[in-house]
Write a protein of this length. Structure first.
Length: 660
């Protein structure tokens, strides 16, 4: 019957509600007379007029206040407030009517008593309708096997509990909270338990899910809570932080799987707004690789600093489209006056870069375009060098020739004593900028001038940091998908460790570091403590409510398999070549003093490298990189696909077997 009522046409349901309200109004009038006259009432004489006037007054007021537009299954506090306002207006008009007419046999106090009874009965009918109709097992199946605790009894927790109870997707057990004043209290009928009793509550009620509704808690405290929860093998989900909840109302769509930032993130350092705006405010800014993980976040961080124009350069059409659309929406929402220019092009194309810089005259360039996937670059070394080394050289040359004042290179910790081609190319890119910064008037091959007339020399700087969480191709989204698929999680080595940082924090620090540059600076970002990837995998499994299958628990849910290090991969990453980092004005930015070749000497080597790359002579490429890049020691044999194809005779009729 419930489902039949729910699926009735809207007009019919409104008619039923109006009819019920009319009956309630008459019953409230009869009850008011009976209470006031202290006897079971039967209307007579002028008393009949009250039975006629009350519904005529009530209906237009209730319609005006929108009482018949609400969906009763989701009736809440807002609907009760609307009923109270409508009844208050109705009661005032009824009271004035009775006082004005002074009908014989009709007490004037009826104008107060009848509206009070009406409010109670109307409100009660709405509450009953919500309770009865929400029990339907149609579109929202009641999942009695999912039992949830909400960690946080504040406004966000109370709102999401109300939404979840309406949806009936979980049995809500109650709340956990650190605030002792809240312990033992009831919120919408749900008890608040002390956070210290989390284990007892989980075991007592068979809790399967914990929702963290803590938008204002510090990252340190959040990590402590997660560390406590992981031992109980419950599925942990989360609400976003206070910034994301600024719109003031929590919705079901706000609940998301536990963010990896909750596992590894740290409390952010407030940005220095003067540094953020120094190279951006009212200036033309160019971001290369604007569609990538770092490039797109750089664009998002640059936008609020209000550049006059933001140039987005990427060779991937869809990535460029996606970031351009995202930024357009942000410009509209924030009321910014920033011109957005999406530019298709590759940093390997110097003519395109020179034309862009000549025509748009950027003041600042953030160079994020690079190939960064270690095994892929190891298998395609020539292309890695074309993009990462000569692409950087092209951007730097275009910057010099068009008078760009600041160019910031996004580098990586893999540039330090690299064991792979990707790391070596990034260190060589750093060396190019260091050499150009130290040369008063660098000349390029072919005799072209380095700078135009009247241009100040470009300030080159580079910012070196480790892995960013959830970037494309990183281990975190891979582990998340493998857990979703039921495993196994693939790990290259049990001892692999990596530095991690959130993408927004990295982008923000890059902008601030670039603003402190004097020329040739190698900035290092404080990445915190390195994380063992095995520990990360275990935490992700446990906080998904699952267990790791190993020797101690052979019946666990997710197995961790060791596949072996990939070509060029290191167990540990470093940020410094030489132990001489200096502090800066920012607590999470340091500055290194790394050795490099002079520009004339380096240019000769680059010319030689370009000739070798054109021939795809991988042995010669490795030899020259070893001579140029301090500490470069290849950790694997040559695995270039072109070289391998020739060696295996892959051009023949048989299929070529490739590495999985």
């Amino acid at each position: 019957m419930r489902r039949q009522i729910i699926h009735l046409p809207r007009r019919i349901k409104q008619g039923i509600v109006i009819a019920v309200d009319l009956v309630i109004c008459l019953v409230a009038t009869w009850t008011a007379f009976s209470i006031r006259l202290d006897t079971l009432h039967f209307p007579e004489g002028y008393q009949w007029h009250v039975y006629q006037v009350a519904p005529l007054l009530m209906m237009p007021i209730f319609v005006r206040f929108g009482l018949y537009r609400a969906v009763f299954r989701y009736t809440g506090i807002a609907a009760i407030v609307s009923i109270a306002k409508a009844v208050a207006v109705y009661g005032l008009m009824l009271f004035l009517f009775l006082v004005w007419l002074a009908l014989p046999g009709v007490p004037r106090s009826l104008g107060v008593l009848q509206p009070l009874l009406l409010f109670s009965m109307i409100g009660g009918s709405r509450a009953f309708a919500r309770l009865w109709l929400s029990q339907t097992d149609g579109e929202r199946k009641y999942q009695s096997d999912s039992r949830m605790l909400i960690y946080g009894a504040g406004a966000a927790g109370a709102q999401i509990a109300d939404v979840l109870q309406q949806r009936r997707q979980f049995t809500i057990i109650g709340f956990l909270d650190d605030n002792a004043e809240m312990h033992g209290k009831l919120i919408n009928g749900l008890k608040v338990y002390p956070a210290r009793d989390v284990g007892t509550v989980i075991q007592l009620f068979g809790v399967t899910d914990v929702l963290m509704a803590l938008p204002t808690v510090t990252r340190t405290r959040r990590n402590e809570i997660l560390d406590a929860l992981r031992h109980f093998h419950v599925h942990v989900s989360s609400l976003p932080d206070l910034t994301d909840l600024a719109r003031g109302k929590v919705r079901m769509s706000d609940i998301h799987e536990l963010d990896i930032v909750d596992l590894l993130g740290r409390d952010p350092v407030p940005p220095n707004l003067a540094l953020i705006s120094r190279n951006i405010l009212d200036k033309v800014v160019l971001v290369t690789g604007a569609g990538g993980s770092i490039g797109s976040e750089l664009c998002r961080q640059i936008l609020p600093a209000r550049p006059s124009c933001l140039l987005l350069l990427d060779h991937n059409e869809y990535s460029l489209y996606a970031i351009h659309r995202d930024l357009q929406e942000r410009v509209a929402e924030q009321g910014l006056e920033v011109r957005l220019i999406p530019l298709l092009g590759s940093v390997k194309d110097f003519a395109r870069l020179a034309q862009i810089c000549r025509n748009w005259r950027p003041r600042t360039i953030y160079h994020a375009a690079a190939y960064k996937h270690v095994p892929l670059v190891e298998h395609n070394p020539a292309e890695g060098i074309r993009n990462n080394v000569f692409g950087t050289l092209n951007v730097a040359r275009a910057a010099l020739e068009s008078g760009v004042q600041d160019m910031v290179l996004i580098s990586t910790d893999k540039a330090v004593r690299p064991t792979n081609v990707m790391g070596a190319t990034k260190r060589l890119a750093e060396m190019i900028l260091q050499a150009l910064a130290s040369s008063p008037s660098p000349a390029f091959s072919g005799g072209r001038p380095a700078t135009g007339e009247g241009h100040l020399p470009t300030r080159f700087s580079m910012v070196r940091f480790g892995n960013v969480l959830d970037s494309s191709g990183s281990v975190v989204p891979l582990f998340r998908q493998q857990i979703k698929n039921g495993g196994p999680i693939t790990l290259t080595d049990l001892e692999v460790t990596r530095y991690f940082m959130t993408i927004p924090e990295a982008a923000q620090l890059v902008i601030q570091a670039g603003a402190m540059a004097e020329g040739g600076d190698v900035f290092l970002l404080d990445m915190g403590q390195p994380v063992r990837i095995l520990d990360l995998a275990r935490r992700m499994v446990e906080l998904s409510g699952l267990t790791v299958r190993d020797q101690d628990r052979p019946d666990g849910d997710i197995e961790i398999q060791v596949t072996g290090l990939r070509p060029g991969e290191k167990l540990f990453e470093e940020l410094l070549i030489e132990e001489n980092a200096k502090v800066t004005a920012h607590p999470r930015i340091m500055c290194a003093n790394e050795q490099f070749l002079s520009w004339p000497e380096l240019q000769k080597c680059l010319d030689q490298l370009a000739w070798i790359v054109e021939k795809n002579d991988v042995v010669a490429i490795r030899t020259l990189l070893t001579q140029l890049v301090t500490g470069y020691l290849p950790a694997a044999d040559i695995v270039d696909w072109i070289d391998t194809a020739v060696a295996l005779g892959a051009a023949g009729p048989g299929p070529m077997v490739v590495e999985k």
